[in-house]
Design a protein around this ligand. Structure first.
Ligand code: G16
Length: 541
């Protein structure tokens, strides 16, 4: 075994977006592409010599090749140890959990999250820091800057390591410890939730359908739901992780988890349905004939937190990403705790959690979590709901309706215009920007614009400022339309338009009917058709 120093030249565009570097598999397979980015990570952080790195991914195509390369590069760069998931598998929340439990230097997660996988799909790589959370912008900016000037990388010529057996092997001076992918995470869940109460609920006939979407949560959900909590075998469906997620889009929303939605709207529906995404950080909660919006889910968890053992002492504050509905704001006001509004991207919650300003946080994009780790956490959210139902004895639907009765309802929807021309998308945003000063007071049908602005965020902990985080149009009745471009796509641009309308009394309108007028107004103000070339959004959730 020897350490090689290989000359290289920079690749354009190795710029981590909302959540790590995401590109098509084709791009990642180019010689030196992955190596350049990994070396740029190592070159951008200091003090890792002899320290421990956590490494794992969601099992998608190219995961197993990338893991071996990264192990050899970690050894060549002087890490003391790598904790790697068996078969190279670790969910994103599990990586965060393991970094924190063993106080490691950081971790690398291989995933493109909810993006499709397989040879024609996407791949991704994300660096998490010692608090267990995604690297903040100052770090990702440094990685990008380094990737643009890189001249060489270091790699060991050691042979590939067998990751199928739990145990330790040596590579150069570094120890590689192959760990059980599920055990540490399952133990953490057990410390937060009343497993006995959930076990009893299952024993009394409660039914759950957990759609793991052929992604990373299969083994986690099978161990926790079926083995530890006693749910019947078969509760977890699509449980075997596949390199191409069975050809599906592993994104737990009513559109991509169609199979689950049909089941939950059918005659044999379970008491609760749930799904998780490619890397296990997103979740969707479904009741019989009702899909809970992620924004409502966050609000409901916050309102009921004291019923859960891990949060029985109450919550210190909450946070949501800006486009997420304001449902949780009302809960925070009732609880008299602060509610922070951050840009889209889980990394923005890290400081607030570390500084103990918040206990729970969430996003409209099917992510919810708490201070137990520094990532969003799909199985955690599902266990929270199960624990809640076990304590209250209510159904999912009744829980949601009772919440609306008390706090009012946010009708909420997101329209995505996917893979559109980048120039058109930038043109649309620039034009909206130019209109901001002139929208106030304008009347559109029954809506009057109260104010319009572009969201900018000053982190209350470290003072760093993130600008251009979405254009917001507020109306006098409290409704909002938000426009922003996605930071996770790999082809062209994706325009997201978010609609949020609050109703205190009328709680049972059809969602798209309730939002229809706002949808028309958005199309008109932003001239969406002209800029995107699309008559209709590609995906509506
Ligand atoms: C990532 C981020 C989330 C963000 C989501 C969508 O999730 O961690 O914070 O809400 O992308 O971002 P965008 O609207 O920019 O596409 P994940 O699950 O993809 O890692």
């Amino acid at each position: 075994m020897s350490i090689q120093t290989i000359s290289t030249t920079p690749f354009e565009g190795q710029n981590p977006g909302t959540s790590g570097l995401r590109k098509t598999v084709d791009v990642f397979r180019q010689p030196r592409y992955l190596e350049n980015f990994v070396q740029s990570i190592f070159d951008s952080v200091e003090g890792y010599q002899g320290k421990t790195l956590v490494l794992g991914g969601d099992g998608r195509y190219f995961n197993s090749v990338a893991i071996q390369i990264i192990l050899k590069m970690a050894a060549a760069n002087g890490f003391g140890k790598v904790l790697v998931g068996q078969y190279g598998i670790l969910s994103t929340p599990a990586v965060s959990c393991i970094i924190r439990k063993y106080q490691t230097f950081g971790g690398i997660i291989l995933s493109a999250s909810h993006n499709p996988g397989g040879p024609d799909g996407d791949f991704g790589i994300k660096y998490n820091i010692g608090n267990g959370g995604p690297a903040p912008e100052k770090v990702t900016n440094a990685i990008y800057a380094q990737s643009q000037v890189i001249r060489e990388y270091r790699i060991s010529d050691a042979p590939d390591v067998d990751l199928s057996e739990i145990g330790s092997v040596q590579m150069e001076k570094m120890t590689i410890e192959v760990i059980d992918s599920v055990a540490d995470y399952a133990e953490l869940m057990q410390s937060l939730f009343d497993f006995q109460a959930i076990h009893t609920m299952f024993a009394n006939g409660f039914t759950l359908r957990f759609d793991a979407m052929h992604a990373v949560c299969g083994p986690y959900a099978t161990t926790i739901m079926e083995k530890m909590l006693g749910a019947p075998e078969g509760t977890v469906v699509n449980a075997i992780p596949l390199e191409d997620f069975g050809g599906h889009h592993p994104d737990p929303n009513p559109v991509n988890a169609r199979e689950l939605m049909d089941y939950m709207n059918g005659p044999d529906a379970a008491d609760m349905g749930a799904a998780t995404d490619g890397d296990g950080d997103r979740n969707m909660i479904v009741g019989r004939h009702i899909a809970v919006t992620p924004s409502d889910s966050l609000a409901i968890l916050a309102a009921n937190a004291t019923l859960i053992p891990g949060y029985s002492k109450g919550i210190v504050g909450v946070a949501r990403s800006m486009p997420t509905s304001t449902a949780v704001d009302r809960v925070a006001a009732a609880l008299k705790v602060p509610c922070y509004e951050t840009p889209t991207g889980w990394k923005f919650f890290g400081d607030l959690l570390d500084d103990n300003k918040i206990t729970l946080c969430g996003e409209e994009s099917y992510g919810t979590s708490s201070n137990h780790i520094r990532e969003k956490d799909g199985i955690w959210a599902i266990l929270f709901w199960l624990n809640l139902l076990a304590v209250t004895g209510k159904s999912v639907g009744k829980t949601v309706h009772d919440h609306w009765k008390r706090y009012g309802r946010n009708y909420y929807s997101r329209h995505d215009y996917v893979n559109i021309d980048s120039k058109g998308a930038d043109g649309l945003m620039n034009r909206l920007r130019s209109l901001l000063g002139s929208l106030k007071g304008k009347v559109f049908g029954s809506y009057v614009v109260e104010k319009a602005d572009e969201f900018s965020y000053a982190d209350p902990v470290d003072g760093s400022v993130s600008e251009r985080q979405g254009i917001r149009i507020f109306f006098t009745d409290g409704s909002r339309i938000v426009f922003r471009l996605s930071g996770t796509g790999t082809v062209g641009a994706t325009l997201r338009v978010y609609f949020d309308r609050y109703e205190k009394e009328r709680l049972d309108m059809d969602m798209q009917t309730a939002l229809g007028e706002l949808v028309g107004i958005a199309g008109k103000i932003a001239d969406i058709k002209a800029y995107t070339g699309l008559d209709e959004p590609t995906v509506v959730t």
